[in-house]
Design a protein around this ligand. Sequence first.
Ligand code: C5P
Length: 236
Amino acid sequence: MQSSVIIALDFPSKYEVLKFLNTFNEEKLFVKVGMELFYQEGPSIIYEIKEKGHGIFLDLKLHDIPNTVNSAMKGLASLGCDLVNVHAAGGQEMMEAALEGLEAGVSGGAKRPLCIAVTQLTSTSEEQMKREQLIGVPLQESVLHYATLANKSGLDGVVCSSHEVSMIRETIGNEFLTVTPGIRLKDDAVGDQKRVATPELARAAGVSYMVVGRSITRSGDPIGSYRKFIRAWEGV
Ligand code: C5P
């Protein structure tokens, strides 16, 4: 997985995705296929993107009973993505079942995709979490709790905001992946995200991969915007 920036391909159809990817010519990217695109286009979109040599994070955030997640992951493993995910709120048994499914689903000796768990969505504020999920502890504690549970379940990392990463690193260590959406350049629109951070802050916190969607995909100059994120991350 080449780049520190994962581009969220939040487009409604293959047509827009291919148009977007073509602007990057032969450059190899790390991209995220989420619900919007996968539910419209199905598995064939993964094969098309893979054929172009890009790394793929399939962001379907599975959250169901362990048996269902196990079977679903068996199927997803055969697509050949690099990274997949579940909701940590599904619990330890569900996360373990997800890993078993992935291992059972990869063909002959291939490496299973990495699997990470969503902790608290970056569109959730602490006030919202307390009011709607009835979680009484501070948001940081909830995120750390879910990260610890994901680690105990054998997962490779978590999705969280950049603000929680140094705490996760201190508790769980540097091998554990932290993938952070909610990344914005200083003057970008925040939209529906609540726990946002700049690439500079993400890098300083020890983030493994930043997920960037609208700031690149809806920019008039997607390549220029992508490079701005990379430069900000690299501090140049
Ligand atoms: O456009 P923006 O940069 O806000 O896109 C963020 C992407 O990351 C979206 O595709 C969203 O579904 C995804 N995501 C998120 N928060 C999470 C997990 C994934 O925003 N906790």
